[in-house]
Design a protein around this ligand. Structure first.
Ligand code: EPU
Length: 336
């Protein structure tokens, strides 16, 4: 277990913002975690559990404990003719898991290739890309209840999964510490190639999981900045959902406005399109900017503070609201 006071969190947030935690505790196994949960001093302080820090924005120092999981084991817990049930540690890098499953020819995670972050946070956030979401393959979550210190198994149906949302972000916010996530992976892959005409990339070729993974990694690299080069947290905002009636009304003024169906009555509008229409693609304010290749991404141009990035986010929200009367909600979590 690693414990340090006044710890600089620079390597724990992909925005590359300088912030400190009063305490930083990285545990490596469940035994350590149980010790931390039973500690009286620990229980008296605010706690935030981080993953890879790829969806976080530190606005100031954190006057409590930042916890980080080092649980990285994987285990096949069940297998039948069609599926493998793989249990993975919450502290494992998400893309290491995807790489591992693709190499073993188990399908289900390939469209989620190249996403930064760790397994536990992926399950809280319900990460999604290229027509797939983590919830499509999660079967259950193993977690400690911070209130009782007891371990629980939470089935996927109880997680209230929705677009970039789960019960762990709402009613159970801050209550559970996830140790493992179990995924149901397919031995006979069913490729999901509807989004962004993915199938065009494979015309005339025999598709396999590795090809899909490589294609998606290349697509992401072309549009999303590498956090090691330019600090960022992927999509800063969620794509807003509108009623079809509202969308039809807006389309009269903006005939090119794209949309994706959500359900019978609602559509999703790409927030990147709304931001670009406001003339903000590439816009820079202080040390923070709207990325010039993908308007949904905000970037740290060097030494940006969390507050500076928030001010840019507010400017974007205000512009979109004024032009389209649409509210953009951050996907990124602000801390504290
Ligand atoms: N678009 C623009 N301007 C831009 C970029 C995009 O107008 O600068 C429009 C285009 O019409 C494009 C559409 O937005 O067709 C969608 O763009 P893209 O395929 O890049 O996807 P996105 O909706 O911007 C979402 C996820 C991404 C995920 C991609 C691919 C959210 C908040 N974001 O972005 O997830 O990688 O789809 O599936 O849903 C993340 O969550 O951090 C993330 C990167």
């Amino acid at each position: 277990m690693f414990i340090e006071e006044n710890y600089v969190l620079l390597s724990h947030n992909t925005f590359g913002v300088v912030a400190k935690a009063r305490w930083f505790i990285a545990y490596t196994d469940e035994q350590d975690l149980r010790k931390i949960l039973a500690d009286e001093y620990f229980r008296s302080l605010p706690v935030f559990h981080i993953g890879g820090g790829s969806n976080l924005l530190f606005i100031s120092d954190y006057e409590g404990i930042i916890l980080h999981s080092g649980i990285k084991d994987t285990e096949v817990v069940k297998e039948d003719e069609e599926f493998v049930y793989l249990k993975a540690g919450a502290g494992m890098l998400w893309d290491d898991l995807v790489h591992d499953t693709v190499c073993r020819a188990w399908g289900g995670l390939e469209n989620l290739s190249g996403i930064p972050g760790e397994v536990g946070a992926a399950a809280i956030q319900n990460i999604g890309a290229y027509g797939c979401e983590a919830k499509d393959v999660i079967t259950e979550i193993s977690a400690y209840d911070m209130q009782t210190g007891e371990k629980q198994t939470i089935p996927c149906v109880e997680c209230a999964y929705a677009y970039r949302d789960s019960i762990f972000k709402k009613a159970w916010k801050g209550r559970f510490i996830i140790t493992h996530v179990t995924f149901r992976l397919s031995k006979k892959p069913h490729y999901r190639l509807e989004y962004a005409n993915l199938q065009n990339f494979f015309a005339g070729k025999e598709i396999n999981l590795k090809m899909i993974r490589e294609t998606i990694i290349a697509l992401r690299a072309a549009k999303l900045p590498d956090p090691k080069v330019l600090g960022n947290a992927g999509s800063f905002f969620m794509n807003p959902c509108l009623s079809k009636t509202c969308y039809e009304r807006l389309k009269k003024s903006y005939p090119d406005m794209p949309c994706y169906p959500v359900n019978q009555g609602e559509v999703k509008i790409p927030a990147a399109w709304l931001i670009e229409q406001c003339g903000l693609k590439g816009f820079q304010q202080g040390n923070a900017a709207v990325y010039d290749k993908q308007a949904l991404v905000l970037v740290n141009k060097g030494n940006a503070t969390g507050e500076e990035i928030v001010r840019l986010a507010e400017k974007v929200q205000e512009s979109v609201k004024n032009k389209f009367r649409i509210d953009l909600h951050p996907e990124v979590i602000y801390l504290p």
